[in-house]
Design a protein around this ligand. Sequence first.
Ligand code: BGC
Length: 246
Amino acid sequence: MIRLGIDIGGSGIKGALVSVATGEIIGERFRIETPEPSTPDNCAQVVREIVEHFDYHGLIGVTFPAVVRHGVTLTAANVDKSWVNCDAQQLLRAATKCSVTVLNDADAAGIAEMWFGAGQGAKGTVAMFTFGTGIGSAFFIDGTLFPNTEFGHLKIRGKDAEKRASAKVKEDKGLKWKEWAELVNEFFVEIDILFTPDLIIVGGGISKRFDKFGRHLKSNAEIVPARLLNDAGIVGAAMAASKLHK
Ligand code: BGC
């Protein structure tokens, strides 16, 4: 079974056909810059272009970097504020004439990792974090997703964790790997205290450099890098469209 997965991000909107049986991307990915301003209508046009590019007519999964409840985007931390309380699922259905499932970007990446990546077969409490512009989180209990956990907004010394320890913070402040890992550890301490995860999966673009910072990370949980890297969102979106995940 092949489904179209689309990942809406702050800089690009990308899509690909995915075999939901194997988690593999079929053919080329197609990417368009995120429009400015990144309003719902502007993004919906881009999503439509992506669907037309693939001449696709089936079920579509779309990720979005915010809380998404029953297809409605409830927050907009790093995107245009007009997404707050937008019925994204309805908007994208109208724009694409296809049935669309919208979910949080980190939840989608987590689903992909649990099915095909670093979390395959993992039992107990698994926490996946995506480090990018913000920090996304996806929590699984015995493989079942607890959606919209938003731990990037957990307060660390009075400030959102993502304002202390995202990949963007590392870049903006020119931090060395160890310095950045220490900030991530502060976040992991809070996560440990509150949830005692068994496994932490470190995702987001920065996870390709896990060899540089992995050894500096500390937690009572086992810590592993994500395996699907940039494709995780697209693959998880396609899975969600098929309602195949738990
Ligand atoms: C948003 C989350 C999102 C994360 C990663 C955070 O600012 O609140 O919903 O998953 O960024 O994009």
